[in-house]
Design a binder for this molecule. Structure first.
Ligand code: ATP
Length: 335
């Protein structure tokens, strides 16, 4: 029933003209009664669907802010990203869910989406504030054929795709704080957490999961907990406009699919580097590298083809900063 629902909604959304009940049955291989049931259900939920005898059905409008499996699925035009979609009203965190599905054999591109997380996670055991009804939380399962040492680049690919999708949908200028935060007007709107599972011999990647949290429709900074009010913001706070999460998510998945395929060809960031660096915050400016082995400052010069941050120390020495244990800051604050 769930898939019938997504399929029927997708068919309606993708046809400019009326679709007859019979066409829906033939295309999807379902009964007339099944089509009728789904259509009435959709109408009850607030979908505006016109039905004209002898012509069929036409989707006029989705209910404002609708965020559900079928709504997202019906907006997807991807080959593999999100083609298998699992949607939860609430979950602990979409990363462990995605890992569990991956262990059970979920295919490349499987995407777990939640409206709310009760234990949203960041890097190094940090938490990600994940209220209901306002944000996007999703994790995509990837089954790469590459070695584990390439995996950290996927975080940068995702950061680029998300930053560009947000810019296209909202018009906001998005910057990337290496390696994995997306920033608007100096404050964080997106966090990304990539995790990997290796084969028991530790020499092959079994799967990767890339999790993304986007603050979309928070009304004001007061909606964030005290500890992050200075550094967190949402797309609505920065633009004054409300955004459709299903549409934005579909755009992010489409962008990521395209960028990941570019990355996969060479297994370096060479073809994406220029776009990434165009959004890199603090390029050619002073940065502070918070390395657990010792903090230092230097000038950020961009990234390498494999995603390390190039930092020129005051001594003239150039260091390559590896993502993982390290955070980077501006000299006087978060960016
Ligand atoms: P940084 O480079 O800023 O040190 P990080 O990349 O290690 O951060 P992440 O794992 O991306 O951090 O995110 C976790 C951190 O982000 C938390 O410690 C908190 O400070 C901040 N944070 C938590 N929830 C949100 C949110 N919804 N919006 C913005 N920032 C958040």
């Amino acid at each position: 029933m769930k898939t019938d629902r997504s399929d029927i909604l997708t068919c309606l959304r993708n046809s400019a003209d009326y679709v007859s009940g019979q066409q829906l049955c033939d295309r999807l291989g379902v009964s007339r009664t099944a089509v009728w049931k789904v259509i009435s259900q959709l109408k009850e939920e607030g979908y505006r669907i016109e039905s004209v005898p002898s012509r069929g059905y036409r989707l006029v409008e989705s209910p404002a802010g609708m965020y559900s499996e079928s709504e997202i699925a019906s907006r997807l035009h991807t080959k593999w990203a999100g083609r298998r979609l699992l949607f939860f009203e609430s979950t602990g965190s979409t990363n462990p869910d995605a890992k569990r599905f991956a262990e059970e054999g979920a295919p490349h591109g499987t995407t777990v989406v939640a409206d709310r997380q009760t234990a949203g996670r960041g890097r190094r055991g940090r938490s990600w504030e994940s209220p209901a009804g306002r944000s996007i939380y999703f994790t995509i399962v990837l089954r790469p054929a590459f070695a584990p040492d390439k995996a950290s680049m996927v975080t940068l690919v995702m950061a680029l795709s998300v930053a560009e999708a947000i810019h296209e949908v909202t018009g906001l200028e998005t910057g990337i704080k290496w390696p994995n935060d997306i920033v608007v007007n100096g404050k964080k709107v997106v966090g990304i957490l990539t995790e990997m599972s290796m084969t028991p011999e530790m020499n092959e990647t079994q799967f990767l999961v890339a999790g993304v949290g986007v603050n979309v429709n928070q009304e004001s900074t007061a909606d964030f907990p005290e500890e992050i009010r200075q550094t967190a913001t949402s797309l609505k706070i920065e633009s004054g406009k409300e955004f459709d999460r299903a549409e934005l998510l579909a755009r992010i998945l489409a962008g990521f699919e395209a960028d990941y395929e570019i990355f996969e060809k060479e297994l370096t960031l060479s073809a994406l580097k220029e776009r990434y660096e165009a959004r890199l915050i603090g390029r050619n400016a002073a940065v502070r590298v918070l390395d657990p082995a010792g903090e230092y400052t230097g000038i950020s010069r961009g990234i390498t083809d494999t995603g390390e941050l190039v930092v020129e120390k005051e001594t003239g020495e150039t260091v390559l900063v590896y993502a993982g244990e390290v955070s980077v800051r501006g000299l006087y604050g978060y960016v």
